[in-house]
Design a protein around this ligand. Structure first.
Ligand code: CA
Length: 519
């Protein structure tokens, strides 16, 4: 490279760093990029081959990773559906946006990044799962599932009406997204489209194309599947989210979903009928039954993931064919991680790695190096600032997150965070996971279960599966002391209220399934 050009590039890099440090938007190429945010519900990174999955293949998500940047350490602030969505929209932790659990109604009058993008001249659209109870605000166009929404034949709500659309929900959400891209948006203006799937959320009902996928395979069982929870504080053993105890007949497809058309039910019964009959004829028990439940659970989960991946391929093909791909930022992420049998569990909620961690892949051919991997500690609380930065809009100073754009451009700031605050609130409630907050650093994780006043400390280098708390080990006394100080520093910086201790009884919303009734 000729010297003057190199100097100019260095100067520009310096300018970008200075601007980023000031909290101002990083300069964006003209025209500003479109943003397609593809969002799933409960997708563990360990069910994505780009993240090294040993149990499935996701060629279309992998394509995004191969052509963009994969984030190896993306953490959520509160690992449950509605709070994650509220954090993404507002760029704030749960205590500041009011969505502590799935129970509250989201306050749609507050500042959100879609509203700020509208002010910056973007068209905004939301299609798929919303799950925040109040009507969406900040969108020029929206078509959403009601609540969790079903996997088949979903009612779709708009600003004016609700219509049942026959078919498989993952396909339908993609159909509606493609229709908006093709026929409804203004091609003269940049857009931000949120494509939000229900899948692979419970009850993991596969689509018509994947009903028998994996039938001829045995999926490897995680090393920690038969965890006895020794060596940790009391909450882990008390949670109701065990594959061997808490899955229901509907979860396990012993009975079919109750909203299928005759044709859909026929295909369903052709796939599950013979397998259920075999179990009826040879009932299982004990460890053998637990292993059988795991196979049925994990295969159904991965079948719904396969449909998501196919449909991402349809969306990427459209962007390629229309020439939109080059200057469209495509994000793939999920609302939090998920247990694929680790510790014997399904579900999420914990600050343990499997649910704290969520996949994040960003492709932007015009600016992001293909095949890049970031190990920076990033979070869903950073998304709002990132989208505003991408659009060239001003980033409000009081957001809790920071723009990932410098990282995407290969210029990670020197002062990027090296500790991360987490806080889970939904207790008492289904699954009985104790409220907790904590801090994670590159090596350690300190967790405080504040309703029962118990602590855990994990040394992630020595114990990546988090099987043994070293909180009481004298060798870690200094680490505990330092992390407690850091935890308090983060809580002060984020203005977390001290008084966050409700009371109530632990409940569980569904009976586990033990086997066929006699006779
Ligand atoms: Ca979720």
């Amino acid at each position: 490279m000729p010297r003057p050009l190199r100097s100019l590039r260095s100067l520009l890099t310096l300018l970008l760093l200075v601007l980023a440090a000031c909290g101002r938007p990083t300069p964006t190429p003209e025209p500003p990029p479109n943003i397609v945010f593809i969002f799933t519900d409960d997708h563990s990174a360990r069910a994505i081959s780009a993240y090294g999955s040993e149990i499935n293949q996701t060629p279309n998500i992998d394509r995004l990773a191969a052509e963009g940047m994969r984030f190896a350490n993306c953490f959520v602030t509160n690992a449950i559906c509605a709070p994650s969505r509220a954090t993404i929209l507002t760029g704030l932790y749960s205590h500041a946006n009011g969505q502590l659990t799935n129970q509250e109604t989201f306050d749609g009058s507050q500042r959100t990044f879609p509203k700020l993008l509208q002010e910056a001249g973007y068209q905004t659209a939301l299609i798929g799962k919303w799950h925040l109870k109040s009507a969406p605000t900040g969108f020029d166009h929206w078509q959403v599932l009601i609540g969790q929404g079903p996997y088949y034949n979903p009612p779709i709500r708009t600003a004016t009406d609700t219509t049942v659309i026959p078919g498989y929900t993952t396909n339908i959400i993609t159909d509606l997204s493609l229709d908006w891209l093709q026929n409804q948006r203004d091609p003269a203006r940049p857009f931000m489209l949120m494509v939000q799937h229900k899948a692979p959320h419970r009850r993991w009902e596969p689509g018509p194309d994947h009903l028998t996928l994996y039938d001829d395979q045995t999926i490897p069982i995680p090393d920690t599947f038969f965890d006895d929870y020794e060596g940790r504080a009391s909450p882990a053993a008390e949670a109701n989210m065990r594959i061997d105890e808490n899955l229901t007949a509907l979860d396990l497809k012993i009975v079919p979903p109750n909203n299928l058309t005759e044709e859909q039910l026929e295909a369903w019964n052709a796939a599950y009928g013979p397998k259920n009959e075999a179990l009826r004829e040879r009932p299982l028990e004990g460890e053998e039954f637990a292993r059988w439940k795991y196979q049925r659970y994990i295969k159904d989960y991965l079948r719904t993931v396969a449909s998501v991946d196919d449909n991402i391929g349809r969306l990427l093909d459209y962007l390629d064919q229309t020439g939109l791909a080059e200057n469209t930022v495509v994000i793939y992420t999920s609302d939090q991680g998920w247990y694929l049998g680790e510790h014997g569990w399904y579900d999420k909620r914990w600050m343990y790695e499997e649910s704290l961690r969520t996949p994040l892949i960003v492709r932007w051919p015009a600016a992001v190096e293909a095949g890049a991997v970031s190990y920076d500690m990033v979070s869903n609380v950073d998304f709002a600032a990132t989208f505003l930065d991408l659009a060239g809009a001003t980033i409000p100073a009081d957001l809790h997150g920071r723009s990932l754009k410098p990282i995407l451009l290969g210029q990670a700031p020197d002062d990027w965070r090296d500790s991360f605050y987490y806080h889970y609130y939904e207790y008492p409630a289904s699954h009985c996971v104790q409220r907790h907050y904590g801090v994670r650093t590159e090596r350690y994780k300190l967790i405080y279960y504040y309703l029962v006043d118990e602590w855990e400390l994990f040394d992630l280098h020595e114990d990546p599966d988090e099987l043994t708390s070293v909180y009481d080990d004298p060798a870690y006394a200094d680490v505990v002391s330092d992390l407690k100080a850091e935890l308090q520093r983060l809580r002060t910086e984020l203005n977390v209220p001290d008084d966050d201790r409700p009371s109530g009884d632990c409940t569980f919303d569904a009976e586990g399934w033990d086997g066929f009734e006699a006779g």
